[in-house]
Design a protein around this ligand. Structure first.
Ligand SMILES: [Zn+2]
Length: 453
């Protein structure tokens, strides 16, 4: 049996989940379900990233303790997995669980033991909402390019991670394909970034600036870990890193298929920082990083404050979970941006699901009940026929779309080719005519009806 491990990124919980995160959950879920169907030893992890300073600020504004705020918001994200019928095996919360806290500290110690962590005075421009430092030339008119807000000047003693040491190794791993980023354009982007040389980055902040929130640095009561250092660690702490090693061995150390599904805004963290941390700690790297694009609404960036957000829970309430999952896989390219419009959603729902698939299921099931009490008598599909060829093409298309490659639309093309061929078959064989003939004593018509049903 092959092994397969897949994760989503863990979202900040300071805002309600939006449709873009639903996309990521559903993409990862499809991979997990496909590999389980193939008989692979599959493990699917999701969770929430809770140690961000943005949570502290949101809790201050709301006048509640940070832990209550993250408990409440994490529950919304957990509920979303249920609403979307996501088949995750584990859900990790980075602020609430000892396994994560201890695992993140163990990872820190391993990097420190490798000589990759040192203390240094630092002054930089920090965007709190991104939770990262920016170089002056990365800013747009002096503001964060993501949030358009002016970053604050932060000056303090921090711990740094010796990222500069790993540029050569990362370049080799990217070139050999041991570390693969999909799509290829993202892979080239990462490769070019690494070729430009890597700068050490700060992996802690003072306890005072963190307002006491976060995971403490081992053996230093005045510093907490930079939220990304602990957040990235979730992919191994959830498997027991720093504690019980059985699951870690099974799904990370001894499993060559370690897949992260992420958004395009956090590629550098996953394809550069995280692999370097793993190299430092002597752990295997992710084998594939699948990068999806962003969703817009009527051409505008989804934002609650702009009123352009789409609530995935409300959408499921309106259309049903399978329709929402279908739209996310059918209309959103695996790695490009896509636009959500109500009219577009309704069109796909009506054309593909209500008409094509719905008609086929309705006609088949109702006739099967009317003619055969709901029991299929003949399992054999008479070949060759367009329907038989469409069915025969499915496993290969799924393998290309969901196994070695990543293109769920390609998999759906093959499945809907079966739907079209099935509908054509019903129209050509006219099983209701066969049923009438059979009832009038035509045995051959009855045989053909069984084959069709
Ligand atoms: Zn920002």
């Amino acid at each position: 049996m092959r092994s397969f491990y897949v994760t989503t990124a863990i979202p900040y919980v300071n805002a309600e989940p939006h449709l873009g995160f639903a996309l990521e959950l559903v993409q990862a879920d499809v991979l997990a379900r496909y590999h389980r169907l193939c008989g692979d030893d599959t493990w699917f992890l999701t969770g929430t990233d809770e140690n961000s300073l943005t949570n502290v600020l949101a809790a201050e504004r709301a006048g509640v303790p940070v832990s209550s705020l993250v408990d409440r918001n994490a529950a919304v994200f957990r509920a979303l997995t249920g609403v979307l019928n996501v088949s995750h095996d584990d859900f990790i919360r980075t602020s609430a669980e000892a396994r994560h806290r201890e695992g993140a500290r163990a990872l820190w110690r391993a990097c420190a033991a490798a000589g990759d962590i040192y203390r240094q005075h630092y002054r930089g421009l920090y965007c709190i909402r991104c939770e990262r430092f920016y170089a002056t030339d990365e800013l747009v008119d002096g503001a964060c390019p993501e949030h358009l807000s002016v970053p604050e000047v932060v000056e303090e003693e921090n711990y740094f991670f010796r990222l500069s040491r790993y540029a050569g190794r990362l370049a080799e791993l990217l070139d050999s394909g041991a570390l693969r980023v999909a799509p290829e354009s993202r892979h080239r982007e990462v490769r070019a970034f690494v070729a430009g040389g890597l700068t050490d980055f700060s992996i802690s902040r003072t306890l005072a600036r963190a307002r006491g929130w976060g995971i403490g640095v081992p053996d230093d009561p005045d510093q907490v870990m930079y939220v990304w250092f602990d957040a990235l660690a979730n992919y191994v702490t959830a498997l027991g890193y720093g504690g019980d090693a059985e699951r870690l061995s099974r799904h990370w150390l001894d499993n060559p298929h370690r897949v992260h599904v992420i958004g395009k805004d956090i590629v550098r963290f996953h394809a550069v920082y995280w692999p370097a941390m793993l190299l430092s700690a002597g752990l295997p790297l992710p084998s594939r990083i699948l990068v999806h694009g962003f969703l817009t609404r009527e051409g505008r960036r989804m934002s609650k404050t702009l009123g352009t957000g789409v609530d995935p829970i409300a959408l499921v309430g309106d259309w049903g979970v399978d329709a929402v999952r279908y739209w996310l896989l059918r209309e959103v390219p695996a790695s490009d941006d896509a636009d959500y419009t109500e009219a577009g959603f309704a069109r796909v729902y009506t054309a593909d699901l209500a008409n094509d698939l719905g008609n086929l299921v309705q006609r088949t099931v109702s006739l099967l009940h009317r003619a055969r009490d709901g029991v299929v008598r003949s399992g054999a599909l008479d070949a060759p026929s367009p329907l038989a060829s469409a069915v025969a093409a499915v496993p290969d298309a799924l393998q290309r779309g969901l196994g070695e490659g990543w293109d769920p639309r390609r998999a759906l093309d093959a499945i809907f080719a079966v739907v079209s061929a099935g509908n054509r078959r019903v129209e050509e064989t006219k099983p209701w005519v066969l049923l009438r003939a059979e009832r009038e004593g035509d045995v051959e018509a009855g045989r053909r009806l069984d084959a069709t049903l």
